[in-house]
Design a protein around this ligand. Structure first.
Ligand code: GCO
Ligand code: MG
Length: 453
């Protein structure tokens, strides 16, 4: 039996508990805390009578009509005929993204309310505990963009309207002019100028340019590395780029805006010296001077030259670019938006950029699906700090699979003006072009050292 002492303490403890509970309720009641209000929550008027639409399934639709792996996510809902599409294209690891979508996101999302995009995004983002990797972020992007597509369809509006409406009539784009010689590059630049382009990216050959044309690097003679590994002579490349700019400026004049992608292929100090040698040709921007592993070098670059810089297609993680943006380390943010998780995070990046006058130049090459290009374009229409959009031409074959692709009028891109993102997919056609797995980008120096590609 408890003695009087313990009885007292227990009573005292219970009394204190009661008091606490009473005072919490009192305090809560006083300040009208959410806890207190939750039970009074009423459905907003517009939703009265609207059955909440739930996610029924999330699946990956892989296709590779041009030999480039593309991954689209389809979110089907409990409302018959209502579904959304999103881009989850990580072309080098496509199979892994398909697994992440079909095995994990489908389970995670089934039964969730399609309207709560931010909540679903945050939930899916942390659901793996370890996060911010290319594979999971791309899967999340497919889901996210599909939910924005659905919200546009439910609202009866193109997605850019949900993002704040048009800040410009259409989206100005740049295109790629390359060639094995300066003469071929000039020919292509002139061709694009005649098509109405004012911004043209110039590259001699593939990334690394003439530096990759050497046939018998020492490592191959030594039997080192793989038989298909590329070779790059960095100095041949570094010497060729200023000559290319000089030749193009001489032939095409000062009006055309010229861009170039170093593609993180040279040593940081060589990149800085190269960019200084390009100053006189007034580039619109020079892209990816360094790899994401070398962000600190931007300090040196910024005090060495005033050439505008674009950075970021390899970024996956907010921590890779948040402070560099705050420190004005580059002028254009080049994110591959599915690599960070889609429209929801990309809008936050764009808004952050606005406060530091960093403009958008989203990644838009062939390894982004037409759904992804549409997502880029909807954001580009709506954000104030739009810079330029990388554009590709959608082949007839691609358009047999994807209808409603963004359209080009000279160098201006426009979205399909229908509710949602505007792009639809023919799954039967898509299935005719299965994805492949062979994508290991290996580039080596003469002695066989691996170069970041
Ligand atoms: C660009 C890019 C691409 C990438 C490609 C990787 O600026 O468009 O650098 O060409 O290399 O997307 O798969
Ligand atoms: Mg690039």
């Amino acid at each position: 039996m408890k003695n009087s002492e313990t009885q007292f303490t227990t009573n005292r403890r219970d009394a204190l508990k009661l008091l606490a509970a009473g005072s919490t309720a009192g305090i809560l009641g006083l300040f009208g805390s959410p806890l207190a209000r939750a039970e009074n929550y009423v459905k907003p008027a517009y939703a009265k009578g609207m059955a909440p639409v739930k996610i029924k399934s999330v699946k990956a639709i892989p296709t590779a009509p041009e030999g480039i792996n593309l991954i689209v996510v389809k979110v089907e809902t409990t409302e018959p005929g209502l579904y959304g599409l999103g881009c989850a294209t990580f072309t080098q690891r496509a199979e892994a993204v398909v697994t992440a979508i079909n095995k994990y996101l489908n389970d995670f999302c089934a039964g969730k309310d399609v309207d709560n995009i931010e909540d679903i995004w945050q939930g899916a983002y942390v659901s793996s505990y370890w996060r911010n990797g290319g594979v999971l972020n791309n899967a999340l992007s497919g889901l996210d963009e599909a939910l924005w597509d659905i919200k546009g369809k439910r609202a009866g509006m193109p997605v850019y309207q949900l993002l704040g409406g048009k800040a410009r009539f259409a989206v100005q784009c740049y295109t790629h002019a390359s060639g094995r010689t300066n003469e071929e590059v000039i020919e292509n630049v002139q061709k694009f100028i005649s098509q109405g382009y004012q911004h043209v990216r110039i590259q001699l050959g593939a990334y690394g340019g003439v530096g990759t044309l050497g046939t018998n690097p020492a490592f191959r003679d030594a039997g080192f590395g793989g038989p298909t590994d590329d070779f790059m002579d960095q100095h041949a490349y570094l010497n060729s780029v200023p000559k290319m700019f000089k030749a193009v400026r001489a032939a095409c004049g000062d009006t055309v805006e010229l861009l170039h992608d170093i593609h993180e292929r040279v040593e940081p100090m060589d990149a800085i010296n190269l960019i200084k040698r390009l100053e006189e040709y007034n580039p619109f921007f020079i892209e990816d001077p360094f790899s994401p592993e070398n962000m600190e070098w931007f300090k040196q670059l910024r005090v060495s030259t005033s050439v505008p810089i674009a950075m970021g297609e390899l970024f996956n993680n907010i921590n890779e670019f948040k402070m560099p943006m705050v420190n004005h380390w580059f002028d254009f943010i080049r994110i591959h938006i599915s690599q960070i998780g889609g429209i929801t995070p990309a809008m936050k990046v764009a808004r952050l950029g606005e406060w530091f006058n960093i403009r958008t130049a989203w990644h838009g090459p062939g390894d982004v699906s037409p759904v992804g290009h549409a997502a880029n374009c909807h954001i580009d229409l709506a954000v104030w700090n739009f810079g330029i959009q990388e554009a590709v031409r959608f082949s007839d074959k691609l358009q047999t699979i994807f209808s409603g692709c963004p359209t080009m009028n000279k160098d201006y891109m426009s979205v399909n003006e229908v509710p949602g993102l505007g792009v639809d997919i023919n799954e039967k056609e898509a299935a005719k072009y299965p994805i492949g797995t062979k994508s290991n980008w290996q580039v080596r120096k003469n002695d066989g050292t691996i170069i970041r590609p």
